[in-house]
Design a protein around this ligand. Structure first.
Ligand code: ADP
Ligand code: MG
Length: 261
């Protein structure tokens, strides 16, 4: 006589707690449906497990990118998709695409410097590069240079400048927008030099500025520091000069043309 198969009751009541404890929210959410499907279709246990593991991993990567997009404080809506490269002939799309693919420059702490008059798209392309890099798995922080200088200045007053600069190390790329709006009489900008020196050949910086280097002695406390800062920034750098008419003005003129009879 064969004995009746032992009925094994699986206690699934605790599973939500266990899966939360293990930080597997996707498995916790999806396992009941997949378990039902697996039972119905007679999946091998390994297939069931592998399916859930893969979904968790994919979701985890997506969640990480979402977190990195939030922490980056990028201006919203400024992506490569809506950047019109035809308006900036001196900015090669292929070159920008190679940069956002990473292609090694971030690992070497190389920089990008973007110059041009107001309205030419510097902030837009800087944010778009940041956005694309985050989607590629890098970490980026976007800041108006004057805001960051102020933060570092406060840190220095609290004798915590080195720690504040160290904290920025987690970002592969630091975007300093509108460097030329920083004036040495507004804030003590030697903190900016400290930042540039600390990241030199280790971590990348992207700078946008209306004024090319000639005007930078208005930013730093003295000429020697200006030269030292420029020297470190340009040593390994891609420089884009976006000498185009204001995109804002062109757009306004185009709108006016449409309205005109
Ligand atoms: P800048 O930082 O050089 O002053 P912005 O990046 O702020 O200029 O550009 C001004 C406005 O024009 C923004 O709304 C930006 O999205 C838009 N813009 C500028 N250049 C382009 C471009 N080539 N394609 C699409 N939009 C652009
Ligand atoms: Mg700008």
């Amino acid at each position: 006589m064969t004995s009746a198969p032992a009925t094994i009751t699986v206690d699934t009541a605790k599973l939500p707690i266990l899966l939360t404890e293990l930080r597997l929210p996707t498995v916790a959410r999806l396992w009941p449906d997949f378990a039902a499907q697996a039972d119905r279709e007679g999946w091998p246990a390994a297939r069931f497990l592998a399916t859930l593991a893969e979904l968790e991993l994919a979701d985890r990567a997506r969640r990480r990118i979402e977190r990195h997009l939030q922490e980056a404080r990028l201006p919203p809506g400024k992506t490569l998709d809506c950047f019109d490269f035809a308006a900036v002939p001196m900015l090669g799309k292929a070159h920008v695409m190679a940069l956002v693919a990473g292609d090694g420059w971030l690992d070497l702490g190389k920089n990008i410097l973007i110059f041009g008059p107001p309205g030419g798209g510097k902030t837009h392309i800087a944010a778009a590069i940041g956005h694309a890099l985050i989607e590629g798995g890098y970490r980026v922080l976007f800041a108006r240079t004057s805001d960051l200088v102020q933060r570092l200045q406060t840190a220095r007053q609290e004798l915590a400048l080195a720690a504040a600069i160290d904290k920025l190390d987690k970002y592969h790329l630091l975007i300093l927008d509108d460097l030329s709006y920083v004036q040495k009489n507004q804030a003590e900008t030697s903190v900016l030099f400290e930042l540039i020196a600390a990241r030199y050949e280790r971590r990348s910086i992207l700078i946008t500025a209306n004024q090319p280097f000639g005007e930078w002695d208005k930013i730093f406390p003295d000429k020697a520091m200006t030269i030292a800062a420029i020297d470190r920034l340009v040593h390994h750098a891609t420089i884009f000069e976006m000498n185009v008419d204001s995109y804002r003005r062109k757009a306004a003129i185009a709108r006016a043309d449409i309205i005109k009879p």
